[in-house]
Design a protein around this ligand. Structure first.
Ligand code: FAD
Length: 522
């Protein structure tokens, strides 16, 4: 080990950022080089696109993140033009489909909405910032509760967690009362409450949403000595990990601006390049454990939108409360979210996470002639997140016989909901009808989104207590059999979960990063 160990990080999303921060803060001699395939979108690297006030700048930042679906910007991102085909469509803003249908597209069977972001900050520049804690069987059983709680707290600090965001919104409070009344049978641990989010409340009542800029913190503050040991390189695509079967010694990187390929020698390599591209990179590097890409889970999501009913709200708040809330919100027109609530998961009793976002406008264009268009009391967008139980059959299969648009081994995702999940979908749909009716009138009926829509892909590099062929990484996130090759991200989560996964993945990353920092110093 050199006296100034170099750590190469692949991917600049929240998890890569957490590794960089923890390693540099804990190891005073380490240097981190972070490689990101996509472009830097904002002056401050990794800022949430939701914080951009100018609508045109926001739209451009989102399009630049869309990799092969980045429209007119695509060629400037080092992506060949041949991938564009007629009828190509874009996934959620800021993301691009893996199965986009053009040359070099991945293939999906039963998982059509699989998508990613390719930009500095990764999906963390576009995310909703909901960070509930995992509970019960959602957690991994080989990290004890005391350590787990401390790791979660460390992750919450990195993300600037707010447990009571918008708690003073009277409308948000009335929504909680109405839901509590409707679901009086639920246990205390599933009482309606404010949804924990990642961000910093502003004096005007809005939130500055957390991106990876927040996680990187002092690493991107030119005034901090830590920034001199951190190097973030955008438009830099890592093609392979260099290794000898038990130690990684560097990464092969293509500079997408110039097309030149170089090798960076490193004392440790961290791959945090999302739940499909991380295993793809391992496969491309000849690292192919049996569980790689398998055990894919996500959250089946049942959603709907409801126009909030004045009569129901007036039981708890006044017209004056609404006037004040509307006046406050009009000072920050760029962010439509005005209150965030939830009904959390309880093991055995409520195996769902309900997210209730209150906004002034619906998330889609409502026909002006619709009886609930321009609803003065606003709208709630509600989604039940469900568990998908891990099965080896679900997942990505990689092949050397076909290359993707980047010239990497292509992959096919196979995925299916079983009767167990379909029964829970029915249950969640019934609950969503109750929740919606308690608050107002449906303007979008409850429906199950296409598989892949959650963007919470887990399990494809799962961590495990033993190297028994059902996991890719050890309890410290090291690829089995490797001393210094670490993987990060939602792909490590081995359990069936219903909560948004980033907080849990960051807690797992903090554990891996602390261990690495100590080993590098040894
Ligand atoms: P990512 O953020 O996906 O970052 C991976 C990065 O690696 C990408 O930038 C990619 O370009 C880069 N990369 C890939 N391959 C290579 C390579 N070979 N070389 C170099 N770079 C590479 N989660 C929640 O917990 N709560 C939410 O409310 C929530 N809402 C979401 C809403 C939206 C619209 C989206 C898009 C996501 C949401 N998520 C949410 C998911 C959340 O953003 C992810 O869990 C999180 O970003 C994962 O972090 P990561 O660092 O593992 O990966």
């Amino acid at each position: 080990m050199s006296s100034h160990p170099v750590v190469a990080i692949v991917g600049s999303g929240p998890i890569g950022a957490a590794y960089a921060r923890v390693v540099l803060e804990r190891n005073p001699s380490a240097r981190v080089v972070m490689f990101e395939a996509g472009p830097q979108l904002t002056e401050v690297p990794g800022e949430s696109v939701r914080n951009i006030a100018d609508p045109d700048a926001k739209a451009r930042a989102r399009e630049l993140s869309q990799g092969p679906q980045a429209g007119t910007h695509r060629e400037s991102l080092g992506i060949p033009a041949a991938v564009v085909v007629e009828g190509m469509f874009t996934a959620r803003q800021g993301t691009h489909l893996f199965d986009f249908g053009g040359a070099g597209s991945a293939h999906t069977h039963g998982f059509p909405a699989a998508a990613a972001s390719t930009n500095v900050g990764g999906q963390g520049a576009h995310w909703t910032c909901a960070i509930p804690r995992p509970s019960g069987g959602e957690k991994v059983d080989f990290i004890d509760d005391a350590e787990w709680d401390e790791l979660i707290e460390a992750a919450e600090q990195l993300l600037h967690a707010q447990s009571a965001a918008f708690a003073d919104s009277p409308i948000g409070g009335a929504i909680r009362f109405l839901l509590a009344e409707e679901f009086a049978e639920l246990p205390e641990s599933s009482r309606p409450s404010t949804l924990p989010v990642a961000g910093d409340p502003q004096p005007d009542g809005s939130i500055r949403w957390t991106g990876t800029d927040t996680v990187l913190g002092p690493l991107i503050d030119p005034g901090s000595p830590l920034s001199t040991r951190f190097d973030l390189r955008d438009l830099s695509f890592v093609r392979a990990v260099v290794h000898n079967g038990h130690r990684a010694s560097g990464v092969v990187v293509e500079d997408l601006r110039t097309g030149t390929t170089t090798t960076l020698d490193a004392d440790a390599v961290i791959i945090a390049a999302d739940a499909f591209r991380s295993p793809q990179l391992l496969w491309a590097s000849g690292i192919r454990p049996a569980a790689l890409g398998r055990y894919l889970t996500e959250h089946p999501v049942v959603i709907s939108t409801v126009a909030v009913d004045a009569e129901k709200m007036l039981r708890f708040v006044t017209e004056g409360d609404l006037d004040r809330e509307l006046a406050r919100r009009s000072t920050n027109p760029t962010d439509p979210v005005a209150a965030v609530n939830r009904i959390p998961y309880t093991e055995g009793e409520h195996p769902f996470s309900l997210q209730v976002m209150y906004a002034e406008s619906p998330p889609f264009q409502l026909d002006p002639a619709h009886p609930h268009a321009d609803n003065r009391w606003g709208y709630v967008n509600m989604g039940y997140g469900l568990r998908k139980h891990p099965r080896v059959e679900d997942g990505a299969t990689f092949t050397d016989a076909e290359l993707d648009y980047r010239g990497m081994p292509n992959f096919t995702i196979d995925y299916e909901l079983t009767d167990r999940e379909l029964a829970e979908v029915d249950e969640a749909t019934t609950l969503l009808r109750r929740a919606g009716s308690a608050l107002g009138t449906f303007v979008a009926e409850p429906r199950l989104l296409p598989n892949g829509s959650s963007l919470h892909y887990q399990g494809t590099m799962r961590m495990g207590a033993a190297d028994d062929g059902t996991s890719v990484a050890d309890p410290y996130s090291r690829v089995w059999g490797f001393e210094n090759l670490i993987v990060g991200g939602n792909a490590l989560i081995p359990t069936a979960t219903s909560m948004n996964p980033t907080l849990m993945s960051m807690a797992i990353a903090v554990r891996g990063a602390r261990r690495l920092a100590a080993e590098l110093g040894a």
